[in-house]
Design a protein around this ligand. Structure first.
Ligand SMILES: [Zn+2]
Length: 179
């Protein structure tokens, strides 16, 4: 089963709201975040998102991106992981008798999607699929991708672009060392 589950598609899209190469960020502002949540079906309509809630989304994304980086061998920043943990702790998730995870009742609408993202992430972690979700080892790229390789060994979003970039750079540094 190498097709990404819906939870992976969602977390991957969330992680890729920031584009390192293009220096762009779809959720840089509360309005941008609201639009993104609406497009993903996580909000029924564009809503005002407070600065505090906005900061929670950004912190959760940073922590998840650090963990996706760890999946290709990068050392995660513990402060970013801890900040994401605080966001997750504030957005409880319940399990129903039918075995479904749902956001705890009483979360304000602007924060409901944080619990939905937490559910997607917890599903990936529980099934072990999280290990296939990675942040490209080429740091100028940093794109989140789903590793379809059998042994989950991919480190770059695209071997053609990022893998080769990395190879030519290490080749260049070997050449420099040799002279
Ligand atoms: Zn890449």
């Amino acid at each position: 089963m190498l097709e990404p589950p819906a939870s992976a598609v969602l977390v991957e899209a969330f992680a890729n709201t920031v584009d390192v190469e293009e220096a762009s960020d779809e959720i840089a502002t509360p309005a941008g975040l609201s639009g993104w949540l609406k497009d993903r079906g996580l909000l029924d309509a564009p809503r005002e998102v407070s600065a505090e809630a906005h900061a929670s989304y950004v912190a959760l994304r940073s922590g998840i991106r650090e963990e996706l980086g760890a999946h290709v061998g990068d050392t995660p920043d513990p402060r970013l992981l801890a900040a994401a943990d605080r966001v997750l702790a504030e957005h409880p998730v319940l399990v129903t008798a039918r075995g479904a995870l749902t956001p705890a009742a009483g979360l304000p609408p602007e924060r409901g999607p944080l619990a939905v993202l937490a559910i997607a992430w917890s599903e990936l972690v529980t099934t072990g699929d999280a290990a296939r979700l990675k942040r490209c080892a080429e740091h100028t790229c940093g794109w989140a991708f789903w590793d379809v390789s059998k042994n989950r060994s991919r480190r770059w979003c695209s071997m053609k672009v990022c893998g080769n970039r990395n190879k030519s750079r290490s080749y260049a540094s070997r050449q420099r060392q040799a002279t």
